[in-house]
Design a protein around this ligand. Structure first.
Ligand code: MTE
Ligand code: MOS
Length: 750
């Protein structure tokens, strides 16, 4: 079963609309109350008066939830900097109260009727303003190795620069959703679209002043999470649970797209300043950089996201001397959070931007500059972890060069560019090296529960959540393989905190590694107990007969499995250790064609070779690679979050609140020709059945598109022109980059 290209376990349900999501369950729940937020129209303000009485006069309104209703802790996070009901508004759209009503429209009208007086306070919207005003939050990690002064002394070329780049909206198809009910014993049951049911359980419990065993959280599946449901669901689940507790009726919270976009955290945008040194051969000698992430109003996952950014600023490159400082700006925006790659993409953008920018000045082609700086096997990263299997990256690189016909197409492009005055093509190739495991060692554990019933059928439960990434499919394959059964004999039950407790978020791409090993462990325990029974039976005895015999022998036919990733270490104070079980590698080559008049472009062809070890589920992995890549292209080239930075009354308002103004990649932006191959002979002995994690790393393959755009823009100017490119490199940004390039060439068009 392992390694077979089977469809996603719920694909048929997804495409026929029969798959149940949290809010589908709400729709069939009788006596339901609907919750609607009262959102503040200020970026930063003190609440001076809150009067809910007028809302209670609205027909259908049952109750208004405010801070006074909280029996436990008024906090939606784990850092205690995230009041569930604030007395100080921290971003435009912050929910200050929630209205419960018999139907959603009444709740909406009730929310409009709530009277709130605000005393506006000064606000910080831009990360550069936060830096200027010294507005930071959380830890300030420093990653350091070698002697940067010596590194710069040994450098014949030194460059300095800055870049500020944008965050990204998750835009999962299913917005945040929670449904809470109370059973006859006062127990709280919350169905929630969450990547981290255990933490949702803990937050609901602390808000309600209950113990964890009184709260059960279930996640059927998510219509996408992408990191946006790692911490952000907790507050909404707590609102639903609080409402249910106070009214005795089931309560549903389901955000509209606009509410979701204006209330929930996004990928962190970053500001980076850097200084880099190279020797005459283009070998990196030294890098100093300061990375400032825009954390928004509260910390949530900003600290670990920043750690991962620092741990990926090297990407695939050996940098002998390095000192990188990280800090988190506090701004009056949504609380920025996990997003596929978890800071890794932001760290890598910095080094890829540097290499793309300086290559022309060094007189080395960018692809050659990149390859020259690759790690060789066992060279240590700046945090001290040896880079195992670095040669696999060389192999993937060579495979992409060969199968994409890279050299010949570069020649073709050069002649195209020479012959066409108004169009330029670019072809770039970029690597990915991404560390797998949670930086924080303790989170690297997984659990599972496997039941074999008397008829031989198998039910599995594990601690991971399904968000479309195919984790459940892989877990079914693992169980079927471990037990030696056809996959039809195995069924998977929804993720619940009363089945597998104390789980980690399904995140860091480690879902299959952790839970897969736990499922396998449980299956192996059962097989070990069956072995003596099997010995007594004839060799051709069926599984069903074996199980039946074992039952009558009073053999335990179910098991709890557990796994903790061995060999990990991480010291957050020195930013050193072996935080990752292994690295996932990938390489992409992308070709683009840019129109010189408008900056509009097309991605004409992309070739990818990606390392998933021995794939557990090749179709699922292919989908992850394609989806991750396209999501990365969206971040780097299309998706443009705009906050109102004016001094007017809408200061701090997210101007791009829906799909009409926030451009997502769609079918029309897909590369015309997209070729994805899995790296062969790539088994990894560290993870379950030789596989490697696939969820996040492919997102960073999209740098190839950004770098191809840079090359195409450069081709509008003289040879050797360095090009600075904004991120996202929207057609508008590309247009301005072309203008700058032409201006330098002395042929600017007016
Ligand atoms: N794929 C789909 N279809 N939907 C998602 O929400 N999330 C990504 C990735 N792939 C996501 C996805 C993120 S951010 C992570 S961390 C991983 O899936 C989590 O799942 P895994 O650990 O099982 O790979
Ligand atoms: Mo993924 S950003 O680790 O949920």
């Amino acid at each position: 079963m392992i390694g077979r290209p089977i469809p996603h376990e719920a694909a048929a349900l997804h495409v026929t609309g029969r798959a149940l999501y949290t809010d589908d369950v709400a729709a069939r729940t009788p006596g339901l109350l609907h919750a609607h937020p009262v959102q503040a129209p200020h970026a930063h303000a003190r609440i001076t008066r809150l009067d809910v009485a007028p809302a209670l006069d609205v027909p259908g309104v049952v109750r208004v939830l405010t801070a006074e209703d909280v029996p436990g802790v008024n906090d939606a996070g784990t850092k205690h900097d995230e009041p569930l009901f604030p007395d100080e508004v921290m971003f435009f759209g912050h929910a200050v109260a929630w209205v419960l009503a018999d139907d959603l429209e009444s709740a909406r009208l009730g929310a409009l009727a709530v009277e709130v007086d605000y005393e506006p306070l000064p606000s910080i919207i831009e990360v550069t303003d936060a830096i200027a005003q010294d507005s930071f939050q959380g830890a300030r990690p420093r990653l350091e190795r070698g002697d940067v002064d010596a590194g710069f002394a040994a450098s014949s070329h030194v460059f300095e620069g800055e870049i500020e780049f944008a965050g990204q909206e998750h835009f999962y198809l299913e917005t945040h959703a929670s449904l809470a009910s109370i059973d006859d014993d006062g127990q709280v049951f919350v169905q929630c679209s969450t990547q981290h049911p255990t933490e949702t359980q803990e937050i609901v419990a602390h808000v309600l002043g209950l113990a964890s065993h009184q709260v059960t959280v279930q996640c059927l599946r998510m219509g996408g999470g992408f990191g946006g449901k790692e911490m952000q669901p907790h507050g909404f689940a707590a609102i639903a649970a609080l409402g249910a507790r106070l009214t005795g009726r089931p309560v549903r919270v389901r955000l509209t797209r606009q509410q979701d976009m204006t209330m929930t955290g996004k990928r962190h945008g970053f500001h980076a300043s850097w200084k880099v040194g190279f020797d005459d051969d283009g070998h990196l000698q030294a890098l100093i950089a300061t990375l400032t992430s825009d954390g928004g109003w509260s910390l949530d996952l900003s600290e670990p996201v920043l750690s991962r950014a620092l741990c990926h600023i090297d990407n695939a490159y050996w940098i002998p001397h390095l000192a990188v400082d990280g800090r988190i700006a506090r701004t009056h925006k949504t609380s920025q959070t996990a997003f596929r790659g978890f800071g890794g993409p932001q760290g890598m953008l910095v080094i890829e931007d540097i290499l793309g920018r300086v290559a022309p000045t060094l007189g080395i082609e960018a692809h050659e500059l990149r390859r020259r700086n690759f790690y060789v096997d066992e060279q240590p990263t700046p945090y001290g972890q040896p880079v195992r299997h670095a040669a696999r990256l060389d192999r993937a690189w060579q495979q992409v060069l060969d199968t994409s016909d890279f050299a010949k197409r570069r020649d073709d492009i050069a002649s195209h560019n020479a012959q066409n005055p108004d169009s330029r093509r670019g072809l770039a190739i970029t690597p990915v090296k991404f560390g797998i495991s949670f930086n924080f060692t303790s989170f690297n554990q997984g659990g599972a529960l496997v039941h074999v019933y008397k008829d031989g059928s198998v039910l599995i439960n594990h601690g991971g959540t399904e968000m479309g990434q195919g984790l459940h499919t892989k877990m079914l394959q693992v169980a079927a393989t471990a037990l030696g059964l056809p996959i039809e004999r195995v069924r998977l039950a929804p993720t619940r905190t009363d089945k597998v407790p104390n789980t980690s978020a399904t995140a860091a791409s480690s879902g299959a590694d952790l839970n897969g090993a736990a499922v396998k462990d449980a299956c192996e325990q059962i097989l070990a107990r069956l072995a003596p029974v099997r010995e007594r039976l004839a060799p051709e005895t069926s599984w069903e007969e074996l199980v039946r015999t074992a039952y009558f022998d009073r053999i335990q036919l179910w098991a709890a499995g557990f796994y903790r990733t061995p060999g990990l270490s991480w010291d957050v104070s020195t930013m050193t250790g072996n935080p990752f079980k292994y690295f996932a590698y990938g390489v992409a080559a992308a070709e683009v064609e840019v129109d010189g008049f408008t900056g509009a472009y097309r991605v004409t062809r992309v070739d990818i070779v990606h390392d998933v070890g021995d794939s557990l589920s090749p179709l699922v992995d292919l989908g992850q690679i394609e989806g991750g890549f396209v999501q990365g292209v969206g971040w780097l080239t299309l998706e443009d979050l705009r906050w109102d930075g004016s001094a007017g009354p809408s200061r701090g308002r997210l101007a791009t609140q829906s799909a009409s103004t926030y451009k997502l990649p769609s079918l029309s932006e897909m590369p015309i020709d997209l070729r994805v191959a899995l790296l062969e002979h790539a088994a990894d002995d560290g993870a379950v059945y030789g596989s490697k994690a696939v969820g996040e790393p492919p997102l960073m393959l999209a740098f190839a598109v950004r770098e191809a755009l840079r090359e195409a823009v450069a081709a509008f100017g003289p040879d050797g022109a360095a090009v600075e490119l904004a991120s996202p490199a929207t057609p508008e940004a590309v247009y301005w980059a072309i203008q700058a390039t032409k201006a330098r060439a002395g042929k600017a068009q007016v």
